[in-house]
Design a protein around this ligand. Structure first.
Ligand SMILES: O=P(O)(O)O[C@H]1O[C@H](CO)[C@@H](O)[C@H]1O
Ligand SMILES: O=c1cc[nH]c(=O)[nH]1
Length: 300
């Protein structure tokens, strides 16, 4: 691991005397002396994120066991007063929810990147631990993203800034992908973990070619043609954050990875029909993979 604090790409931050990370409800009262923030968060090495607060709480409890930390069976939600996101800290790991889709995720991602910068965290790694739809893999498969495609089937992320279309590349760290596959995967696992491309869309329904949303102006055949095209690009799963997450972290030079479990095979249908018990079991699969990877990483 190298030893550097992320360099953010905003010269204005240096001129701001204070910075209120509004959605996290964390106040950086003095940006020239962030010793209080360093004391609270300076040891953070990994920032895990996923859609729901309950998953992030369960992950925090799980990681505290894996890392042999003193009792963290009831971790405190550090952002409870913000009522937007939930965030837990277990040793050098933060587990923070991001909501559904890139827009809610990008808000908390900007604030988390500023948090690790103010805290002086050395070379933090950002991971998304999520659920997704699979393409040609059985439900319950864990997919570690290689390249992140957007809904236009491009390996990039597109965002409107000052009324202009800005397009940025969307690459995850090859080192993180390689290490997750090497240290996170075990032959004895009761499920498969594969590495493949991921499509991150802006809509769960039309954006993912579903025919069961409130609007659908294409045929089943059009949908299957699209999904097969995705599959031919090496896309093994579809979720709603990968391209934004890859592009923002790549832009600021922070290493990141995306590890998601499939809860449906989209080549067989659109409705998610697994029971909530099954979903909760599936959601724990990426915990195993990421837990082993984080343990190895922290031992280095
Ligand atoms: O399970 P999470 O992490 O929320 O991820 C997936 O689930 C949500 C859609 O149901 C989207 O956010 C998608 O990316
Ligand atoms: O099909 C699916 C399942 C989970 N999350 C998604 O974004 N899509």
């Amino acid at each position: 691991m190298s030893n550097s604090v992320p360099e953010l790409l905003n010269p204005n931050l240096k001129a701001m005397p204070s910075d209120y990370l509004y959605h996290l409800d964390i106040n950086v009262a003095n940006t020239n002396d962030t010793s209080d923030i360093q004391q609270r968060f300076g040891d953070v090495k990994v920032v895990c994120m996923g859609g729901t607060g309950s998953r992030m709480r369960a992950l925090a409890v799980y990681l505290s066991e894996v890392l042999g930390l003193p009792d963290s069976s009831d971790p405190e939600d550090l952002c409870a007063r913000g009522h937007r996101y939930a965030m837990y800290k277990v040793g050098p790991v933060l587990c923070c929810s991001h909501g559904v889709g890139s827009s809610t995720f990008s808000v908390v991602l900007h604030e988390l990147l500023k948090l690790v910068k103010y805290a002086g965290c050395q070379d933090p790694i950002f991971l998304r631990i999520g659920t997704c739809g699979g393409l040609g893999v059985p439900p319950g498969t864990v997919v570690v993203t290689k390249d992140a495609f957007n809904g236009l089937l491009r390996n990039e992320h597109e965002i409107a800034i000052l009324g202009q279309r800005v397009v940025r590349p969307a690459k995850f760290s090859e080192e993180v992908i390689k290490d997750i596959m090497a240290y996170g995967v075990e032959a004895k696992d009761s499920f498969q973990t594969v590495s493949g491309n991921t499509m991150g869309t802006d809509c769960f329904y039309e954006g993912q070619g579903r025919t069961d949303g409130a609007i659908c102006e294409y045929s089943d055949e059009d949908k299957m043609t699209f999904l097969k095209k995705c599959h031919s690009l090496g896309i093994l799963n579809i979720e709603m954050e990968a391209s934004m997450f890859a592009s923002v972290t790549q832009k600021v030079g922070v290493k990141a990875g995306d590890v998601c479990v499939t809860i449906i095979n989209r080549l067989n249908g659109d409705q998610v029909t697994i029971t909530m018990d099954q979903k909760h079991e599936f959601e724990k699969r990426p915990f195993l993979v990421v837990g082993r990877y984080i343990k190895k990483l922290l031992l280095h």
